[in-house]
Design a protein around this ligand. Sequence first.
Ligand code: T1G
Length: 709
Amino acid sequence: MPGPALTWELADGVAIVTFDLKDSPVNKFSRAVKDEFLATFTALEQDRAVRAIAVFSGKPDNFIAGADIEEFVTIGSAAEAERLAAEGQEMMDRVTRFPKPVAVGIHGACLGGGLEFALACHYRVATDHPKTQLGLPEVQLGILPGASGCQRLPRLIGARAALDIILAGRSERAPKAFRLGMVDELVHPAILQDITIAAARRLADGWRPRRRRPGGVLAWLLDRNPLGRRLVFRTARRQVLERTKGHYPAPLAALEAVEHGLKHGMAEGLKREARLFGQLAVTDVSRKLVQIFFATTQLKKDFGLPNAPPPTAVQRLAIVGAGFMGSGIAGTAIVQAGVDVRMKDADLPRVAKGLAAARALLDDRLRRRRIAKYEYARLAALLSGGDGYAGFGRADLVIEAVFEDLSVKQQVLREVEAAARDDAVFASNTSTIPIARIAEAARRPERVIGMHFFSPVDRMPLLEVIPAARTAPGVVSTAVGFGRRLGKTVIVVKDSPGFWVNRILAPYANEVGHLLAEGASIEEIDAAAVGFGFPVGPVTLLDEVGLDVAEKVSQVMGAAFGERLQATAGVTALVKAGRLGRKSGRGFYRYGGGKKRGVDPAVYELLGVHPNGGPRLAEILQRLVDGMLNEAARAVGDGVVGTPRDGDIGAIFGFGFPPFRGGPLRHADDLGAARLVAELERLAERYGPRFAPCEVLQEQARRGSKFYP
Ligand code: T1G
């Protein structure tokens, strides 16, 4: 009887099992699916005609995405979650002990419980396709691999390599997974079935694969003797604490599960693994990380408009401005989307520099073995440039990344309109100038939109897409769709000063000036924010963004919103003194050899301030965070983002708002509007009206409502 997920047929002694979960884009393990697996394996065991088993996915590009996350979030208690993990472990154990050989053919994502299943099988074949990725992403959801992954992976590939994957929640492409020993064979997708079935048959005939254990003196020293292992775990623990600053319990728990299992044996390890899984599954951190997972998957399908028309596929991109942003966009477009890119700047030396910078991203891919030599040659040939608009007539999308000045951008827009097709989209990569203002110069304002990339473009995951009042809906879809092809998480935001990210960063960055003036030290300000969970503090962030850029943004914000978002004079003084932040080797901090070298005491003198204790750390933190939450709430009220979800994802992916807090709006909900309003009122009384609680929060406090119902 076919169930909702599994079917099988017999081919010359081998049962070919196909996992294809109905009504779902991916295969995943739920309780029902697990029961069906067990029933199927029982049937296969009893069927005398079956000598061996080969398991495949029926999905075109997905093997198994792991446990069903929607099911596991409904778990109410640690004990119930522990039981769920133990049941998963039993199923994997059943597979491993199965009296007939089980081989798997893996194509597409093989993650979490999916990889745990593959590890439990007796032989693994994977396609060398880019979609085939193997990994244990559980810690990214605040949990750990709970169906025996913490035990099986280190036993197969060694403790060090397994910890690299488990503690970071990493996925490896198939070739790397093969090198690590996670899979036994790597094949072209066309022969996956044949090779896997042949392997199953050979296993049934008594053949045993010889697995080379991770070799070398180092492996012997570190993976296979207790003293070496202790060193491995001590180092890993230290690295985890450096990275998570104690905010994320999952990696440490996973480390414990692995270590315990290697010390006390598989059975004890499994018990510990299930227990820790149970504890983690009901933590607030895990809930928040799971919400972020679902928010990002929803965003993959959301074009920011109701009934959005389908996007036009961009084949050819043209970019005006071959500077840091322009070349970053060019390189990312080639590497991620494989589109043809034409760059233009005022003179050829600048163009050459931009092309070289874009190509550096390709070089990096080649060096890290992400692309092959022939692929490199093909991609490099997509890139070209010049000092005129030649080639722009073929572009579907033109992005300008020129100097941040309205009249310069309008001039570029006019020139592009003269050179490009009528149906081409013109996108401005401005961080501050309203798109509607730029579009005033347009003959076809409905084709004009904003695409605000963050720097460095290849590494920053967020893109803000900004339609102006007259932008056509299809243009919005096209910009969003292209941003996604670049691998970005895209939010569509309203055309208003600072858009979303710079709007809510403004009070946070401005507060630095006030705090310094009151005697706080640069280190204390940064430490307060880092302690809260930001990747860097606001002072370091200013240095990273560039103080000249920050100055420009803050002038725009001050002009648009008046006193509330008025910056103090500090940054301007530093810019005048030639301190532009990291890129110029000095800002608030000094930089050398690519590293931050500590605060430059001369900065205090330049600013005319003296660190003398100043406000306490808790007070610093409250001023930094509450100011941001207040502005975020106000911006939601102004309709800058369509949903709280977009606002939270924008803050997390845009500047690293601590993911375990779920984003500024979730965090505001957690504090509660009444408490936040009371804190802001106190701050306003003490430090000025910039802290006055906004209408949205006051209304929420009165009605006891929240951003997320
Ligand atoms: N559970 C539930 N739904 C899932 C899912 C999962 N594991 N994976 C994907 N989906 C849904 C997703 O919400 C979306 O739904 C649709 O599938 C398509 O996804 C015991 C405890 C597999 C690489 O963390 O990384 O195993 O919006 O748009 O871009 O140790 O999804 O269509 O309704 O993202 O092609 C560990 C999470 C689980 C993998 C596919 N596994 N998924 O990417 O499609 S914990 C994960 C992904 C675990 C064991 C433990 C990606 C993908 P809808 P999509 P995609």
